[in-house]
Ligand binder design. Structure first.
Ligand code: ATP
Ligand code: MG
Length: 162
């Protein structure tokens, strides 16, 4: 499908605000962001998973930023960043693995912070199936950002009139 990232991001922004426990949510979309090629429902599912993580691992006085812009002429970049607890460097390469959760204390007490460690694994499958990439970056104690890149729709350039 051809998607306008604004529509998707508006919906995610609304949902993030409803799910927030006090965190401040912001959303910034660069005005020249191209349309993108992706399945809207699947992209929404992925973004909701990533936002769910950001909210789960960020204290109530924290911030979560949603943003989108064009990148490299042929991609749309969507980013979700937070200033929450962050991820230890040793765990970072594993967060896309099925059932992996970075904090073992949490895995033994799933009632405290819910989750099965599947969210990012499923997100990566869905994004890769749509010819996109998903990357995570984190600094322990400072925050985490997840960047998703999907193919942009390239508008055919107008042929110059003589
Ligand atoms: P599920 O998504 O199935 O509910 P989950 O959130 O634990 O469970 P993932 O979404 O796959 O699983 O994330 C894997 C792990 O990566 C998390 O358990 C957490 O340790 C770490 N993680 C993911 N996002 C963040 C984030 N924004 N801040 C800190 N840690 C994160
Ligand atoms: Mg999750």
């Amino acid at each position: 499908d051809t998607l306008d990232v604004r529509r998707i991001m508006e919906r995610i922004y609304d949902q993030a605000q409803q799910l927030a426990r006090g965190q401040e949510i912001s959303c910034e979309i660069a005005p020249d962001t191209p349309l993108l090629r992706a399945d809207g429902d699947k992209l929404q599912q992925v973004l909701l998973n990533v936002v769910d993580n950001a909210l789960k691992f960020t204290p109530s006085d924290g911030r979560i930023k949603l943003s989108a812009c064009g990148e490299d002429e042929d991609k749309v970049r969507i980013e979700v960043s937070d200033n929450g607890k962050g991820i230890v460097p040793e765990a970072l390469p594993h967060v896309f693995d099925r059932f992996y959760r970075a904090d073992p204390a949490r895995s033994r007490a799933p009632q405290r912070v819910g989750g099965s460690g599947l969210g990012l694994a499923i997100a990566q499958e869905l994004i890769q199936a749509q010819h996109g990439t998903i990357e995570i970056d984190s600094i322990l104690g400072e925050g985490t950002s997840v960047a998703i890149k999907l193919p942009a729709i390239r508008l055919i350039p107008e042929t110059s009139t003589p």
